[in-house]
Design a binder for this molecule. Structure first.
Ligand SMILES: [Zn+2]
Length: 153
């Protein structure tokens, strides 16, 4: 069994345990340089936080632990990451993601996020969620101030 299979098996095992404990069927393992840094499960049932996805919780914990971006990290997820978690992976520099259950497989169980992915991929004006752009000069000033004070070189 390859390392990838082994890590993914662990993510699935976490998902199984989570279901047994009243949670949703999602688990994630985050590694760096082959070492497991964090294991997480979906905690919506515990927190009522709709963003408490396994991958996002793993990213938060690993970021706190490392104090840096997550470049070079790999995430193993029992299910195909939703657009929120995928976006977080792009934001923090995760190097690679491996998942077991696809959106296609999850669809009959109401566990697919493909429809959200479709919306997010559309131009702003065509998305189902009304998204309004109200430009304000104060933001240009603020961004300029931030760049002067804190922006990375
Ligand atoms: Zn997610």
């Amino acid at each position: 069994m390859t390392d990838d299979h082994q890590r993914l098996q662990r993510a699935i095992q976490l998902a199984q345990t989570n279901v047994a404990q009243g949670g949703r069927p999602f688990g994630a393992v985050l590694t760096r340089d082959g070492d497991v840094l964090v294991e997480a499960v979906n905690e919506i049932h515990l927190t009522q936080d709709p963003t408490a996805h396994a991958e996002l919780l793993a990213i938060r914990a690993a970021s706190r632990q490392l104090g840096t971006r997550l470049d070079g990290c790999v995430i193993y997820a029992s299910g195909q990451p939703c657009p929120m978690c995928l976006s977080a992976m792009y934001l923090c520099g995760v190097e690679r993601v491996v998942f077991a259950a696809s959106n296609e497989m999850a669809e009959p169980y109401g566990l697919s996020t493909a429809a959200i992915g479709q919306q997010v991929g559309l131009p702003v004006s065509e998305q189902r969620l009304p998204i309004q752009h109200l430009p304000d000069e104060a933001m240009t000033t603020l961004y300029h101030q931030w760049k002067t004070l804190h922006a990375p070189e």
